[in-house]
Design a protein around this ligand. Structure first.
Ligand code: AHR
Length: 680
């Protein structure tokens, strides 16, 4: 054959093959007769820390911002003076006023934790004068709701008498609920009152909390608190809507208290678990690492009770001698106090009431110990270039193993995360974090297919997210998430645990002098004071967790169309694509070994609907009827917002024609789960 003719024939053949292939459906063959990986029963969990007002102004139901007046030592942040109808007054922060004087003799300190208070001086009581708190971007007002208000107060003798307590509109013209307490003469005393709103109120976040009087005098306030009803009616509890959203995700564990929040910027600002225990009166709060102070109203016991409420296991991260700004403790004798502290913390969680810290837990109201299988030693220690982590990890692990042989220790470095691996025994798990673009998630969805089972430690993907969409993620992120999750799920014998981060975001924008509520864009669940919503990524989490079998079914995919990186992908400097083309379909299948349920997850990242031929190899029988759950967007940047919370939600439909080989259509930009039943 002449050279020219040969080239022509070759081009024609390529064209025909390409044309034929593209004209054919993609094919997924589920090999039910072959055994894939056993799925870790704790594959999907939750990760949490105080970021984006996740707790204060978020999950923690407390409505009063700056309740112990320590958020800003210059000014009573979130507080203002109310002066009406000729009433005149001023407010001012007051510290514990004398140094070297025992606390009980200091006029303004209630104890070592409550050392700053707010003073209201009422000069003229012709009208109402008082203090108002604006809450976390508003006090939420709902109809027929009872709020529990409490505060410490004292006053000069002429101040004694009734104090009005109310929830009202920001301008004070509408009172939604009110009550009264009688201020006694004498020292600090705690006052409590219930406030109930009437029916027929339109829910609003434009409320404020006010304590007021018409009598001149000096008034002092501290630990001012207002709680709406909480999840499971727990005192000092959590927001009902956000707890329910987590419960709906069907998680199996909670990683806490961080993240960076565990480490703190410095040693002195690490998560101070001991001062987060006991009555609120004992909790001074501490500087967080995300630009605002943490009240520590969600303290160590509240984290554990949060797990209890969701019926999940805690995964406790202990401070391991490294803080965000680079301070580290050299392994050896200097590290010992930190190790002792971690052992005590574990004792608080797991010890019997006969142990010192177990007894403290009982005193705090929870005699029963909590189950704790895993302890993570530090957070993201690949940032510690010293390189002290190897020594720190091994010293912590040896001490934990010696006292709690049943507890498995998680290391925070791996080669994957540009850290070295630790020496000594292979860690029980290694925590790897991935924050990426959708393209990066999709091109690396086979990441764990490539891990060597014989040499790799088990993996905990302790933080990960597709970072597209602000402040909550969009549909493109959800597609990237779902593609990535197919890979984790297919390798769920290796990846034993995973959790998305960050979980929560208060979506309030900058308003007046208040900064915007969030620090990290791309989060899972958004809210303001009154309402909440799930991002498309949230629904992907829910779908993947809900429909999960106990064993992976090997799936062969053929004729899968590919896509090219877009200009936008290539210009995103933080996320340059490594591959020129990637598949547009991602998939994973699992089955329940009992009952015959099969779950096939298919992600279509393409802008076109795709018809896929599905073959159930090795099934002797197939039920014709099944269900399909679909999450889809019209375009990649479609999203949910606080004003349009349900633009993208999963829709369940019936499939009636399932057989050993059948064709199913998958919408453009969609994440799908097919639930079907087969007989082996
Ligand atoms: O999830 C936000 C932050 O990302 C975490 O605090 C930290 O561990 C990671 O760098």
């Amino acid at each position: 054959m002449k050279r020219k003719t040969f080239y022509f024939a070759a081009i024609l053949l390529c064209f025909l093959v390409t044309f034929r292939l593209s004209a054919q459906n993609a094919k997924l063959t589920l090999n039910l007769n072959k055994s894939g990986a056993k799925v870790s029963p704790t594959l999907y969990g939750l990760m949490t820390e105080e970021i984006n007002h996740s707790y204060d102004g978020g999950l923690y139901a407390e409505l009063i911002r700056n309740r112990v007046f320590k958020d800003n030592m210059e000014t009573p942040e979130a507080w203002s003076v109310v002066q009406e109808g000729g009433g005149k007054g001023t407010i001012m922060l007051m510290g514990a006023n004398e140094l070297n004087v025992p606390m009980e003799q200091q006029r303004n300190a209630i104890n070592d934790a409550l050392t700053v208070c707010l003073r209201l001086v009422v000069e003229k009581g012709d009208g109402r004068v008082g203090i108002a708190n604006e809450g976390y971007w508003g006090i939420p007002v709902k109809p027929q709701t009872t709020y529990q208000a409490s505060f410490y107060a004292k006053g000069t003798d002429e101040a004694a008498g009734p104090l009005n307590v109310s929830i009202e509109s920001n301008d004070g013209t509408v009172t939604y609920a009110s009550g009264q307490v009688t201020l006694d003469k004498g020292p600090w005393k705690k006052y409590r009152v219930s406030l109930t709103t009437t029916a027929g109120i339109k829910p609003t976040a434009a409320g404020r909390f006010v304590i007021s009087t018409k009598r001149p005098g000096s008034y002092y306030f501290n630990l001012v608190s207002l709680f709406p009803p909480t999840y499971h009616n727990r005192p000092n509890g959590n927001r009902i809507d956000l707890m329910q959203m987590m419960a709906d995700m069907k998680p199996t564990f909670l990683r806490f208290p961080g993240g960076n929040f565990l480490e703190g910027d410095y040693f002195s600002t690490r998560f101070p678990w001991k001062s987060t225990l006991g009555p609120l009166e004992q909790r001074p709060g501490h500087p967080g690492c995300w630009g605002y102070r943490a009240s520590d109203g969600i303290g160590l016991l509240e984290f554990l009770e949060w797990c209890e409420d969701l019926k999940i296991e805690p995964l406790l991260a202990v401070y391991a001698g490294y803080s965000l700004k680079g301070d580290y403790v050299y392994p050896g004798p200097l590290l010992k106090p930190y190790i002792e502290d971690a052992l005590n913390e574990i004792e608080y969680v797991t010890g019997s009431v006969k142990t010192k810290w177990g007894a403290k837990r009982a005193e705090d109201g929870h005699p029963a110990p909590f189950k704790l299988s895993y302890v993570e030693i530090g957070n993201e220690d690949w940032f510690d270039r010293s390189p002290s982590y190897d020594g720190r990890f091994n010293q912590f692990r040896n001490a934990i193993k010696a006292r709690y042989p049943q507890i498995l220790c998680i290391s925070t470095i791996s080669e994957e995360q540009k850290g070295k691996v630790t020496t000594g025994d292979v860690p029980s798990m290694i925590d790897e974090h991935y924050y990426r673009s959708a393209w990066q998630m999709e091109e690396d969805a086979d990441h764990y297919d490539k891990y060597n089972r014989a040499t790799s430690p088990k993996i905990f993907v302790g933080e990960w997210a597709t970072r597209e969409g602000v402040p909550t993620t969009n549909m493109n992120a959800a597609l990237g998430d779902a593609a990535w999750m197919t890979g984790m799920e297919r390798n769920a014998d290796l990846v034993l645990k995973s959790c998305y981060a960050p979980l929560f975001v208060n979506v309030n924008p900058k308003t007046g002098t208040l900064p915007r509520a969030w620090q990290w864009g791309s989060d899972l669940i958004g809210y303001n004071a009154i309402t909440s919503y799930g991002s498309p990524s949230y629904y992907v989490q829910k779908m993947f967790n809900t429909y999960l079998g106990s064993q992976v079914i090997p799936v062969a995919g053929t004729n899968i169309p590919v896509k090219r990186a877009t200009k936008q992908d290539s210009t995103n400097r933080r996320a340059i694509p490594k591959k020129a083309t990637i598949p547009t379909l991602f998939y994973v299948a699992t089955k329940n070994t009992k009952g015959g349920a099969v779950y096939l997850k298919v992600v279509n990242t393409s802008d076109k609907a795709q018809a896929v031929t599905i073959t159930l190899n090795g099934a002797t029988g197939v039920a014709a009827e099944g269900t399909m759950v679909t999450l889809k967007g019209d375009k990649p940047d479609d999203t949910n917002t606080i004003d349009e919370p349900e633009k993208i939600i999963p829709v369940t439909s019936k499939i009636k024609d399932i057989s050993k080989t059948f064709t199913q259509n998958f919408a453009p930009y969609s994440v799908n789960v097919i639930q079907m039943y087969t007989r082996p």
